[in-house]
Structure formats: structure tokens, C-alpha cells
Design a protein around this ligand. Structure first.
Ligand code: BGC
Length: 521
């Protein structure tokens, strides 16, 4: 493996500029120029297409930071996720919208033709959580299928248009008005529901896939100025960026900690060489990494258990879900006996010993801890890039730095020239991440302020990371490992980390989609 610091120095100022300037599949400007302030109102349909499920929702924003949501959740069939044609997928979604309207809005399933005015149509936000560039608030281009999906005919096409066509085939009174990503949705939902002393900094997803969105200063997003047809956004101070951090290292993989299991998983995946960070961090892949290690241990005779290759999920690719890892990791060392039956039934294994349980638990914990620490490093990099956590200016700057009502969330310090200086001094976002990775491979170190130091620290303002996803929600240790990694980022440390709140945002994709739709006139 290369020395991460060497890469860091070589790429110091180039990577972030490159990602913000070019039409690559990361650092994607989303045309959302304002964070909600909680006063938004209205009722919207929202379709959330994630890695596993398709959720159809009706979201009512009450205008006081609260909402009500009605939801129908459907597992997307495997033959729809992997199909030469995109039509089965978009027909599937349109049918689920039809069912939802039928069940929830009887009056609105009237014949298409009876709707005279455009405004009679229900506005729908489409949260499309796959790599997709945005062209406007309601148009995009699908770049790449990830999370095990593969629908080649959709690549290069606009998901909103494809969905609208399927909706029109069923003559539904629905107009797709907004396109968003789950990370952007989570950021929006976080801002809508946040308290006044909180600066919403980032929306992050740790579920089947992983991603994050934050607000970037407009002058740093030169990609926007160089691509035709985007319109003039110069009057806005900042814009939401869908980082697509799952793919951040696809050209610089030497920085990522890599084992032979990572290499095997990637080579056997549907998209080798792509989304390499995601393949070490997200739920879809953690179970698979564990499966590969367990199989290796069984084949090397390191475990007592006996497993029948024909029946055990251990011998099926993606046969182990991340939920199993969370059960193993959550088991207490002194109660290992209790998880033996669960291991036997899940793996269809005989003669499972407590030593086996101990070994499987240690492997699971290592895989989950690595994922959480990589996640913490990536979060740390975005925190630094945002400029919102800066001890020299400390708390008072936070209170001045956040002015989301004017649509300019983010630090008002750091215009581009200052940013460039800052980057040269402290590294680019990816540079920071490279440095963080060096730290993350180690055990957590800086979990408390140094001894003998009297810390008088009563902050009134916090930055907040809104997080959605099963890993964050269900892994008991995930948050603490993320926090430990953030503390280990030298520019953040214990004090900086104490200003960072992590908050679970449920329904972020759907509520955030509704908020984006609300902003479309
Ligand atoms: C996709 C992102 C998405 C993330 C979390 C990744 O595989 O590329 O667009 O936000 O998963 O769902």
C-alpha cells in the first residue's frame, strides 16, 4: 500500500478542485440553493427508490418543523433490479404509485383526462439513490448503477422523465417535479426539523449504500460555470453537493485500507473498480466481507462448526445480511453461549462452539469498526471542507456563520481565495481524508481530553450531521466508532468533536424530497 500522506501531498490542491470542476461522478451540484427553516408547508407525494425498497409516501409539511407521513413500502424484485430494460422498474414504481393513490386518495384516481389544469396534478418528488448527475431541480442523468443493481438501458437517461412516462402510461394525475438523492433529502429533512442553536452541516447515509451531502460555496463549484445549460446561479451563495463519496477513491484506491477479502469482493461484484469506499462501508457489503472471511476460516479448518455447502447461506454470494453481523457484534463476550443457536440457525451449521462464536464476533466487530472509522474519516473531511468548525473563531463564528434563511448556509468566511489558502495549509477534502485514513487504521486514541488539562467548554452552538440508514440505526457501536475517528482527525480533535451532533433522521429521503418539491414553483 502507498503511503497515504504521499498521495495527500501530491494531490493536495488538485482533487477537490477537479471533482468540483469536472463532470465526474462525485461532488455533484444539486441545484438546491436553500436549506429549509421549518416553516415550509404543503402536501407532496414522494417516491424513495433506495437499494432494497421502493417507498411511496404522502408527506404533509406542517410549517412548524413537524410533518406527517403515510407510507407504503415495497421490496424491489430482483428481476427488476437486474434487467436489460428500464421499463419493468419504472412500470413497477408507477404501479405502486397507482396502488398508493387508490388506497389513500380515492378522489385523485379519476381519469387523467378529467384533469384540465396542470395544478390538478399532485406534485411528486423522486428520491433516486443511485449515481446520477443533476441538470436542474427536476432533471438528471443516470451515471451508474450500484448496490448490485444493473439496468443498462437506463444509463445516460433522465430518471424523472422515465418515471413520468410510466406514470403517464397509467394515466395518473401525478407530475414529477423534483429529483433528489437520499443524502440531499436527509440534509433537507435534518434542517427542517433542527433546533435553532444547530447548524445543519451534512446529511449522510449508512444503509445499503453510503453517501453524504453538504452545502458548498458557489465559487468553489466551477463545474457549474463550465457546463452549458445550467443557467446563472451566481446570485446564490452556496448549493447542495451530493458527494457520492462511495466513489471518491475509485481513482486513488491506494489510500484505502485493503485486504484480500476487499479485493475478492470487488472483483466478484457487478461493478469492479467502482464505489470502492462504499464497498468497505455500507451494509450491503459488510455481510459479504464477513461471509468471505468465515468461508476462508471454515476451509482452513479454523472453526469447530460443520457446514453443509449445499444448504448454508455461507456459500451463496451476498448470503449473509449485515443484520447478522450486528447481532454477533452486539453479543457480550461473557454471554457467547447465547448466540450459538443463532449462529447455528443462520448458517445452518452443526457443532457450533463458543470458540466459534467468539471468533465470528471478533471478525464482525472488526469489519463494522473499520466501516465506522472510515465513515468518521469521511465525515471529518467534509466538516473541515465546510469551514464550520474552526477553533480560532470558535463558537461566536458559528452563530454568525449560519444564516440559512437567506439561503446561504455555511461559513461566510472562506471565499475561494481564502479557501485555496486554507486547502494549501491543511489539505483538500480528500487530502484530509487521506490523512484521516492513516489514523483510522489505528485503534481510537483521542477519546478524552489530555489529562491535567482543565477544560472549560460550554458551547452553545453545534454543528449537526443528520444520518439515515440501518448501520447507524441498528449497530450499537457504530456511532461511538464514528465519533472516535472524528476525534482522531488532527484538525478536529476532542474539542471539535464535542461540537458535533449526530442525529438519526428517519424518513429523511421522503421528507427531504417533499421539501425539494416544495421549493419548485
Ligand atoms: C449511491 C448514492 C446513494 C447511496 C446511499 C450509493 O450507492 O450511489 O447515490 O446516495 O448509495 O443510498
Amino acid at each position: 500500500m502507498h503511503d497515504g500522506r504521499l498521495l495527500w501531498q501530491v494531490s493536495l490542491t488538485s482533487w477537490i478542485d477537479e471533482y468540483l470542476e469536472q463532470n465526474g461522478g462525485t461532488q455533484i451540484p444539486c441545484f438546491v440553493t436553500k436549506l429549509p427553516n421549518g416553516s415550509e408547508k404543503g402536501t407532496f407525494l414522494a417516491v424513495d427508490l433506495g437499494g432494497t425498497n421502493c417507498r411511496v409516501n404522502s408527506v404533509k409539511l406542517h410549517g412548524d418543523s413537524t410533518y406527517t407521513i403515510a407510507q407504503a413500502k415495497h421490496v424491489v424484485p430482483r428481476n427488476v433490479m437486474i434487467n436489460a430494460s428500464h421499463e419493468p422498474l419504472f412500470n413497477f414504481i408507477a404501479e405502486k404509485i397507482q396502488d398508493f393513490l387508490g388506497a389513500n386518495f380515492k378522489a385523485d384516481t379519476r381519469e387523467h383526462n378529467s384533469f384540465k389544469e396542470k395544478n390538478d396534478y399532485q406534485k411528486l418528488a423522486f428520491t433516486f439513490s443511485f449515481a446520477c448527475t443533476s441538470i436542474s431541480l427536476h432533471e438528471g442523468v443516470i451515471l451508474h448503477w450500484d448496490k448490485g443493481w444493473d439496468i443498462p438501458s437506463a444509463i445516460g437517461r433522465d430518471p424523472c422523465k422515465l418515471l413520468q412516462e410510466a406514470i403517464d402510461r397509467l394515466k395518473l394525475p401525478v407530475r414529477v417535479v423534483a429529483l433528489t438523492n437520499d443524502s440531499v433529502g436527509t440534509l433537507m429533512a435534518q434542517a427542517y426539523t433542527s433546533q435553532s442553536n444547530i447548524s445543519p452541516l451534512m446529511g449522510a447515509i449508512f444503509g445499503t449504500g453510503t453517501n453524504a451531502a453538504y452545502f458548498e460555496r458557489m465559487e468553489s463549484i466551477t463545474k457549474l460555470h463550465t457546463t452549458n445549460g445550467h443557467g446563472d446561479y451566481s446570485r446564490f451563495a452556496s448549493m447542495a453537493i451530493n458527494t457520492e463519496w462511495g466513489a471518491w477513491f475509485d481513482n486513488g484506491v491506494e489510500i484505502l485500507p485493503t485486504t484480500s477479502y476487499d479485493e475478492f469482493l470487488d472483483a466478484a461484484s457487478g461493478d469492479p473498480g467502482k464505489h470502492l469506499f462504499e464497498k468497505r462501508v455500507s451494509a450491503l457489503y459488510l455481510g459479504e466481507l464477513a461471509r468471505l472471511v468465515f468461508v476462508h476460516m471454515i476451509q482452513d479448518g479454523l472453526l469447530d462448526m460443520k457446514v453443509d455447502q449445499a444448504t448454508s447461506p455461507l456459500f451463496t454470494q451476498y448470503g449473509l445480511g449485515a443484520a447478522f453481523l450486528s447481532q454477533l457484534a452486539a453479543a457480550k463476550n461473557e454471554h457467547l453461549k447465547e448466540i450459538v443457536p443463532r449462529i447455528s440457525s443462520t448458517l445452518q451449521a452443526q457443532n457450533v462452539s463458543t470458540n466459534d462464536a467468539r471468533a465470528l464476533r471478533v471478525i464482525s466487530m472488526a469489519i463494522v469498526r473499520r466501516a465506522a472509522r472510515l465513515a468518521g474519516a469521511a465525515i471529518g473531511a467534509v466538516i473541515i471542507q465546510s469551514g464550520q468548525l474552526d477553533f480560532e473563531n470558535s463558537v461566536s463564528r458559528f452563530s454568525n456563520g449560519m444564516y440559512r434563511d437567506s439561503g446561504t448556509i455555511g461559513s461566510r468566511r472562506n471565499p475561494r481565495s481564502q479557501l485555496a489558502k486554507g486547502l494549501a495549509a491543511s489539505g483538500t477534502m480528500l487530502g484530509n481524508l487521506a490523512a484521516c485514513f492513516k489514523e483510522t487504521i489505528k485503534q481510537p486514541t483521542q477519546s478524552s481530553p489530555s489529562r491535567g488539562t482543565t477544560v472549560v467548554w460550554a458551547p452553545e452552538y453545534f454543528v449537526e450531521i443528520g444520518i439515515d440508514g440501518s448501520l447507524f440505526e441498528h449497530y450499537s457501536t457504530f456511532e461511538e466508532d464514528i465519533r472516535a475517528a472524528i476525534r482522531d482527525v488532527p484538525q478536529i480533535g476532542f474539542q471539535g468533536e464535542s461540537l458535533v451532533k449526530l442525529r438519526l433522521i428517519q424518513d429523511g429521503s421522503s421528507v427531504g424530497g417533499a421539501l425539494v418539491a416544495q421549493s419548485v414553483r
